[in-house]
Design a protein around this ligand. Structure first.
Ligand code: ADP
Ligand code: ZN
Length: 430
C-alpha cells in the first residue's frame, strides 16, 4: 500500500532525531516565551530552553498534568495572539471539564498532513468515498479526519454521527468505501445494516476507527461483519486531535508522526522515564504546534513503544494499542482490571453479542464486579441449563484472564445501550 510522505515516514532514525531536536528546541522556546504556565514550571525547576541540547534533555523539564491544563481554561495556553488562531476545538470531556485546542493556519496544515499519512497507511486513497460518522462540532475527530482526507483527495460525506438508519441508506446510495467512526459506533452501524438486511448492498472497503480504546478482538469482529480492513488511529485534543499515530495494514502498532510529536513512556506512579519497550503512561510533546504547544503532557493513556521494523517500510516508532486510560483502570479487591481485558474475553464468544456493560459496586466492604452481556438468541432465556452453561463458560474465561470472580448477567438481545460516539461502558458505584 502507498506511503503518503516517504521522505519523513521512512526516514533514517538519525535524520528523524535531528528534525525532532531542532523542533523540540523551537517548541520549548515558544512555550517558555509565550505561555506563563510553562515559563513558571520551568523556572521553578531551574531549567531554560537553552538547556535542551539533546533529545534526552527533555527530561529536565517538568511533566504537565491534565489538571494543570484545565486550570488554563479557556485560552491561557495560547502561544500566539488570538488573531492568528483560525479554529477552536475542545476535548469531549470524557473525564471532566473539557480542554480547549486552538490552531493557527499552519497548525491546520500540519494536522491535515498527519491525517493524510495515517489514512493512507490505513488504505484510503483519492478513489475512496469517505463517510465521516464522527460527530462534527467541538470534538476534534470529525474535522481532523475531514481535512486530512480532503488533502488525500477522497470524496467526503460529512454525515456526522447519529441517525443510524440514514447512515446505512447513505452508505448504500452514495457507495461509501471508507468509514470513519469510533469502533463502538461502527459496531452499532454494522448491527443496524444487518437488521436492515443491507450488508450485501454496502461497498465499504476500509474502516479508520479511533477516539476510544478497542481490542484486536473487536477490530476483527468489525472486519468480519463489514468485510473490510480495519485500522486504528490515536490522538487527543491536548496535543492536536487525531493524527498522533495510526496503524498500517500490518497492524503492528500505531506509527507515530514523530516529526510532530515526541513520545516518552513513564511510570505513572514514580514519574520515572522508562526504557524503550516498557509499558507505562504515554507522555507527549508537540514539535510543530504553533498556537498551543504541549510540553511533556501526561496523556494518562497506557501503552508501550515499539521500535522493531515494520514490514510496511515506515521507520517510525509505534505505539501498542492503548491498554486503557489510567483513570479507567478499576481496582477490584486489590486487583487491577482494565475494561479492555474484559472486552477481549467477551468478543467472539459464541452465543453473545458484542455489546457489554461493566458495573462495580461495594457490599460489606467487598468490591463486586458485574459484567452484563446480550444473548444473541432470546429463547435461551427459557432454557435454563444452556443459559447457565454459557454463563459459567464466560465466568471461567474471565476468571482465567482477570484472576477474579465476576458475576456474569446475560440479558435479552438489544437491551444494552448503543453509542454513537465514544462508548461509556463502565459504571462504578463505589
Ligand atoms: P476526552 O479525553 O475528553 O475523551 P478527546 O476527545 O481529546 O478527549 O479524546 C482523547 C482521548 O481519547 C485520548 O487521551 C485517549 O484516552 C482516547 N483515545 C483516542 N484514540 C484512541 C485509541 N485509538 N485507542 C484508545 N484510546 C484512544
Ligand atoms: Zn507499518
Amino acid at each position: 500500500m502507498a506511503i503518503w510522505n516517504p521522505a519523513v515516514e521512512c526516514a533514517k532514525r538519525s535524520d528523524i532525531e535531528k528534525i525532532q531536536l531542532e523542533r523540540l528546541k523551537w517548541s520549548v522556546q515558544q512555550a517558555y516565551d509565550n505561555v506563563p504556565m510553562y515559563r513558571e514550571k520551568m523556572e521553578k525547576a531551574g531549567v531554560k530552553p537553552s538547556d535542551i541540547k539533546t533529545l534526552k534533555d527533555i527530561q529536565k523539564i517538568p511533566l504537565t498534568s491534565k489538571l494543570e491544563l484545565r486550570e488554563q481554561y479557556p485560552f491561557k495556553l495560547l502561544a500566539v495572539p488570538m488573531k492568528q488562531v483560525v479554529r477552536i476545538h475542545a476535548s469531549s470531556g470524557t473525564t471532566g471539564q473539557p480542554i480547549t485546542g486552538c490552531y493557527t493556519k499552519g497548525d491546520l496544515e500540519t494536522w491535515a498532513e498527519c491525517i493524510a499519512r495515517i489514512a493512507t497507511a490505513g488504505g484510503v486513497t483519492d478513489e475512496d468515498i469517505a463517510q465521516i460518522s464522527f460527530g462534527y462540532g467541538m470534538f476534534t475527530g470529525a474535522f481532523g479526519l475531514h481535512y486530512g482526507l480532503e488533502k488525500i483527495g477522497a470524496s467526503i460525506i460529512p454525515i456526522s454521527s447519529g441517525n443510524t438508519e440514514r447512515q446505512i441508506n447513505i452508505m448504500r446510495d452514495f457507495g461509501s468505501t471508507a468509514l470513519i467512526a469510533t469502533p463502538s459506533y461502527a459496531m452499532y452501524l454494522a448491527e443496524t445494516a444487518q437488521k436492515m438486511d443491507m450488508l450485501k448492498d454496502i461497498k465499504l472497503r476500509v474502516g479508520l476507527f479511533g477516539a476510544e480504546a478497542s481490542t484486536y478482538e473487536m477490530q476483527k469482529e468489525l472486519e468480519q461483519r463489514f468485510g473490510i480492513l480495519v485500522t486504528e488511529n490515536y490522538g487527543l485534543t491536548e496535543v492536536m486531535g487525531p493524527g498522533v499515530s495510526g496503524e498500517c495494514e500490518y497492524k503492528t502498532g500505531m506509527h507515530i508522526n514523530e516529526d510532530c510529536f515526541l513520545a516518552e513512556i513513564i511510570d505513572p506512579d514514580t514519574e520515572e522515564v522508562l526504557p524503550l519497550g516498557e509499558q507505562g503512561e504515554l507522555v507527549l510533546t508537540t514539535l510543530a504546534k504553533e498556537a498551543q504547544p504541549a510540553i511533556r503532557y501526561r496523556t494518562r493513556d497506557i501503552t508501550r513503544l515499539i521500535e522493531e521494523p515494520c514490514p510496511c517500510g515506515r521507520t517510525s516508532l509505534r505505539m501498542e494499542k492503548i491498554k486503557g486510560r489510567s483513570d479507567d483502570m478499576l481496582i477490584i479487591r486489590g486487583v487491577n482490571v482494565f475494561p479492555s481485558q474484559i472486552e477481549s474475553v467477551l468478543i467472539g464468544q459464541q452465543g453473545i453479542g458484542p455489546h457489554y456493560e461493566i458495573v462495580v459496586t461495594r457490599e460489606n466492604y467487598t468490591d463486586h464486579l458485574q459484567v452484563k452481556v446480550e444473548l444473541v438468541d432470546a429463547s435461551l432465556l427459557d432454557r435454563y441449563g444452556e443459559l447457565e452453561a454459557l454463563q459459567r463458560k464466560i465466568r471461567n474465561d474471565l476468571h482465567t484472564v482477570l484472576q477474579l470472580g465476576v458475576e456474569v448477567t446475560l440479558v435479552s438481545p438489544n437491551t444494552l445501550k448503543r453509542f454513537e460516539g465514544k462508548a461509556k461502558r463502565v459504571t462504578d458505584l463505589r
